[in-house]
Design a binder for this molecule. Sequence first.
Ligand SMILES: C[S@@+](CC[C@H](N)C(=O)[O-])C[C@H]1O[C@@H](n2cnc3c(N)ncnc32)[C@H](O)[C@@H]1O
Length: 217
Amino acid sequence: MTEGEQRNQWNSTYSSKPNFFGAEPSDLAIRAVDIFRKNGCRKVLELGCGQGRDTCLFAKEGFQVIALDYSESGICQMREKAKEMCMDKNVECVCQDLRAGIPLPDGSVDAVYSHMLFTMELWEKEIQFILDECNRVLRPGGLNIYSVRNDHDPHFGKGPHKGEDMWQNPIGFVVHYFSEEKIKRLSKGYEIVHVREFDDPSKPFTKKLYEVLLRKP
Ligand SMILES: C[S@@+](CC[C@H](N)C(=O)[O-])C[C@H]1O[C@@H](n2cnc3c(N)ncnc32)[C@H](O)[C@@H]1O
């Protein structure tokens, strides 16, 4: 895997396809809004926001959002959407490779949210580092909600193998698949609230995912 190849692929995909995953928010984001409200979360950090379909929902629902992605194209589109919605005061967009860490102070957010970020081309030790960073920036009692493709997904084990549990899918993205055991292994420093399987029907094809809810003690 060449450094930067996947990032270039996200940039060119987002530049040519304005709503690659669809214009509507994901089902995970809709569930997350409810969870944030019940737990008194107001400031949300979204990792791997892409073109911002879920960021827009969080901003519309009144949350203060910091949206981060390493794709300049995704971040620019997100910034434009926030301006068009007159929500640019509620949304801060940051272009950053998460392997370099999260540029926020300790204990500064109520919740971290990521839909299909950890399931990208990241080695397990990089995922552990990012999850530790999430733990650092969360306040005590803060939540980390994330989703990952799982080992029941129709693409699991198919296509060119890229190391660990990663395979390249038919449209060229490298996908990291998770078992429940891997999720438990990566949850050091958190309380696991739940791990649930769900189907994500959003474009370009239906995926099998785990929804993971973690709490910082
Ligand atoms: C499967 S997409 C999901 C996008 C968005 N969450 C959604 O559901 O619409 C994964 C996103 O993670 C971003 N990403 C992948 N690796 C990253 C990294 N190392 N640092 C920051 N962003 C990354 C990609 O640019 C892409 O936007």
